[in-house]
Design a protein around this ligand. Sequence first.
Ligand SMILES: Cc1ncc(COP(=O)(O)O)c(C=O)c1O
Length: 391
Amino acid sequence: MAETLKGLNSLLVHEGEAPDPVTGSVTPPIYQTSTFAFPTNESMADFMNEQKAGYIYTRLGNPNFTVAEAKIARLEGAENALMVSSGMAAVATALMASCGSGDHLIAHADIYGGTFGLLHDLLPRFGVETSFMDLRDPAALGAALRPETKVVYLETPSNPTLRLADIAAIAEIAHSRGVQVIVDNTFATPVNQQPLALGADAVIHSGTKYLNGHSDVIAGAIAGTAEFILACSDVARKLGGTLNAFDAWLLGRGLKTLGLRVGKQNENGQAVAEYLATHAAVREVLYPGLPSHPQHLLAKRQMKGYGGVLSVRLQGGQEAIDRFLDRVQLFARAVSLGSVESLITQPVAAVHRFVPPEFQAMGGITTDLVRIAVGIEDADDLIRDLEQALA
Ligand SMILES: Cc1ncc(COP(=O)(O)O)c(C=O)c1O
């Protein structure tokens, strides 16, 4: 739809959908089907020969995927997008479309624990090696690139220490050596940051988080050039990790309020970060929206908002952390982030538990770190809850 639509919230509501031409249903029907019938054998042949658009089998595509893909592609400023069954499927699919045996990757040291496991434990079994490095200093990248390096992979802000990488500077160095840059834009969302406009080649998302936003779907997305998305579709179809119609429909519905939700989460993140920065029990607050963040200037340049995730280093050891986490009432003690409700977790106890200590150290993931993902509740209530829990 609608090249005329320019505003983010208009795009989120209208892109990729219109009232159903058969019934007038204002919301897209859920195409809960595994297979699609063709009116004639010839029309099936035309579809197979790519002379006719359509659907044949949900592992290969479904109208509910198309709605979400159209919105995500437009939001990220990409030629095309692909929905897959999880954020991990998105990372794996994008990397398998880019690399093969003998290739080398460079990854930001501070990344989601599951992604670390994929790069560190699984991909080497298929001949793909990863060097982990601190990409906060883009100048260090040049020396680390090898002739066989195919991808620089980064999260910015990173999970869980909210470190940033300068996407434009990294893309310039990588491109000068023919290397592709893939950015996990889960934390920022396209509302706050558009990596493709900064020079990245492709973006991946855990759609489980902000894109869906309601803690009821596991999904992933990849956005990039039409050529790259075609290569990713080929991998995804062969791996079989495609999404299902109902989850794609829920995600399409969740996307309609992404701008409103992220706007509120930016406000809540900033308010909670500023409050915690003044609290005696808190040693350090990691949030790109605070002037004390070492890369605050980069955040201002590269991001339109600073998001709903912050991490804090607490005083008082494990006992103090247990007490704090056990006392919060509004925040659910749960992994994940980006949803309407606020969540809290100690990374070393859960998501980053299996990241080896030397890589935890490189990523700044210490035992005193607590990650807070604010929802869309009222900031005053969140602060009151944190205050009583820290008292
Ligand atoms: C930044 C980031 N990327 C990717 C993933 C993986 O996403 P999923 O759990 O949807 O597979 C996560 C999950 O927490 C994440 O935080």
